[in-house]
Design a binder for this molecule. Structure first.
Ligand SMILES: [Ca+2]
Length: 602
């Protein structure tokens, strides 16, 4: 599933959860309806294929789960489980957590998380006081998100996270009674980066009994923990939980707030009238505040669509009173000027938002408006409502020129000239995905030959007149050297780049400027010291003008943007617009998606 709304993606990254990056974040902006249609169809085919693949994987996972279950049961039959023995010894009735529950009816709440994901630990912190208050009314369970490949378990934040998942599942299993394990988790989550190493100290601080401690330790270090984790990963997969956290309340996805009161409200709503905890009567009402969505319906770019973002805010903040204003309204223009806003869309929040549960997550993405009357969420808003709209056949700025004839529209995608056989690649030289994209070009260029007009451009910013780049000065320098190679050695530069890509972070670029690559180190050095910086500054302007920020991004024929890092995807996109090229008959020979995680730097 591609993330369709960049603004949402930004917020998703920062405010909502840890999402494995398997697809490029940026959705191509389309220039024409026809392209949209073709693209939609291509995606439909792709989605079908993915569905089949997913089904096959699901069947495989189910078979494996059944096998694991059979094995576990066999193991269980073979030897008495220590915890069962313990249970018999601890015969005393269970102590109820918080308010007793005479009804025996519980509401199911399941969190699928990653142990080192800050958003996962945050929701655990949110639910912890609720479990202490009315745990007896809740059937709560943690599940973990990760990948199962045979017996190999992996997770987004690495091996330490897998170990963290294991120990937390062991704690849950052996200290489930009264949610005792939350005494340990609360402590561990105070320093999520120290997970799993901090579990022993936290268990000691929580005064976990020696016998229980031994059970958890044996589980963590032995096969039991691995089995629990594998089964848990598979459960998450089965319910489609891929981002941390994914929550289910009463069997339905929960997308509400993540504070104590939010969970209390959600749980109490789910409780039947005759089985409601008394604590439900004491939940303070959600904090009310005003929110104004300020947009411009003339902007058809995806970054101008706030509908999903607003929906997310509404579920996060049940007390939010929403108002929508469009640029055509005088009130919108007035607010825009008075509050010093430069780009649309934005969302303005009344100051009371600072008192709402969940503000701690959003607050750092908000800035004060000019009058300080509002907190502004701008995301990656980039539409200037006072500029010419390049595709509405109206002279918006009243300067006598319409759409593409207006100077400010010239560099925009919709106004670019279509050039058959042209392929532009936008990268950051040290971005691992950009490196893969460039490497994939070796085969593409060999297949299409001189029919392809290939260009490489770089993505970065200018600060105080100097070029900067996401991966630091080393990347800026390499961007410059590569541009110098492109300019001075138009026939040989790809050999230099492919050589550099074998170890792109190495400072020894000279090793790739040799007789073998046909790029002369002296010439590069001279260009680097001379015109190189200006070359890069000018080159950055191309990506900026097009609004391209993700490495790698491709444009076929000057107009059709796409993503991808394998030769086949690149070839297919070229041929979608240039079917007559000889290379298009050889598409099958191109290397396809290797299954390696795709993605982008942005
Ligand atoms: Ca216009």
């Amino acid at each position: 599933m591609k993330v369709k709304f960049l603004v949402l993606a930004v917020l998703g990254m920062f405010a909502f959860g840890c999402q494995p990056k398997e697809q490029p974040k940026e959705e191509p902006k389309q220039a024409q309806g026809e392209v949209d249609k073709a693209k939609a169809e291509a995606e439909k085919v792709k989605a079908e294929a993915e569905k089949l693949k997913a089904e096959a994987e699901k069947a495989k996972a189910e078979a494996e789960a059944a096998k694991a279950k059979a094995e576990a049961e066999a193991a269980k039959a073979a030897q008495p489980k220590p915890e069962e023995v313990k249970k018999e010894e601890v015969a005393a009735p269970a102590e109820v957590v918080g308010e007793p529950n005479p009804t025996g009816k519980k509401v199911e709440l399941v969190f699928h998380v990653m142990s080192q994901c800050p958003f996962g630990t945050q929701v655990m912190n949110g639910i912890s006081p609720v479990l202490r208050k009315m745990g007896a009314w809740i059937d709560f369970r943690l599940e973990f998100i990760g990948n199962v490949d045979g017996d190999n378990l992996t997770s987004m934040h690495g091996d330490a996270e897998v170990k963290g998942d294991i120990v937390e599942l062991c704690l849950q299993k052996h200290l489930y009674e009264n949610y005792k394990y939350f005494d340990v988790l609360d402590c561990m989550n105070k320093d999520a980066r120290a997970i799993p190493g901090n579990w022993e100290q936290c268990a000691k601080d929580a005064k976990i009994a020696d016998d229980k401690f031994a059970l958890v330790k044996a589980c963590y270090e032995g096969q039991e923990g691995k089995d629990l984790t594998k089964a848990s990963f598979q459960k998450s997969e089965q319910v489609g939980a891929r981002g941390s956290p994914t929550m289910f309340l009463g069997g339905k996805p929960y997308r509400g707030g993540r504070g104590e009161n939010d969970y209390m409200r959600g749980l109490c709503q789910e409780m039947a009238q005759d089985a409601k905890a008394k604590a439900c009567a004491d939940i303070p009402p959600p904090v009310e505040f005003e929110a104004i969505v300020l947009g411009d319906k003339r902007c058809t770019d995806r970054t101008c669509d706030t509908s999903r973002l607003v929906m997310s805010f509404q579920s996060m903040f049940p007390g939010m009173k929403l108002k929508t204003l469009d640029w055509e309204q005088e009130e919108a223009k007035k607010l825009f000027d008075e509050e010093g806003i430069t780009f649309l869309p934005v969302i303005l929040f009344g100051p009371e938002i600072a008192k709402a549960d969940g503000y701690d997550r959003l607050g750092r993405f908000l800035t004060d408006s000019k009058s300080a009357k509002y907190k502004v969420f701008a995301g990656r808003a980039s539409h200037d409502p006072k500029s010419e709209i390049c595709d509405n056949k109206v002279d918006d700025t009243g300067d006598g020129v319409i759409d593409c004839d207006d100077a400010t529209c010239k560099q925009k995608m919709v106004c670019r000239e279509e050039v058959a056989g042209k392929l532009e690649l936008f990268v950051m030289s040290q971005c691992p995905f950009g490196v893969k994209g460039l490497n994939a070009m070796e085969q593409v260029l060999a297949t299409f030959g001189a029919d392809l007009k290939f260009e490489v451009h770089y993505i970065g910013d200018i600060q105080d007149g100097k070029p900067t780049s996401m991966h630091g000065q080393g990347e800026v320098d390499e961007n410059i050297r590569e541009l110098c190679a492109i300019k001075k050695f138009p026939e040989a530069y790809m050999k230099y780049i492919l050589c550099r890509n074998k170890d792109i972070r190495s400072e020894n670029w000279q090793a790739c400027a040799t007789a073998e690559t046909g790029v002369d180190a002296k010439v590069i050095e001279e260009c680097f010291k001379g015109e190189g910086t200006q070359l890069l500054i000018d080159d950055y302007a191309v990506a900026k003008g097009l609004g391209i920020g993700a490495s790698p991004t491709w444009i076929a024929n000057g107009r059709y943007q796409f993503s991808g890092i394998d030769s086949k995807t690149i070839g297919q996109n070229i041929c979608q617009h240039n079917s007559a090229l000889a290379g298009c008959a050889k598409l099958d020979t191109l290397a396809g998606d290797t299954g390696a995680p795709a993605g982008s730097c942005n």
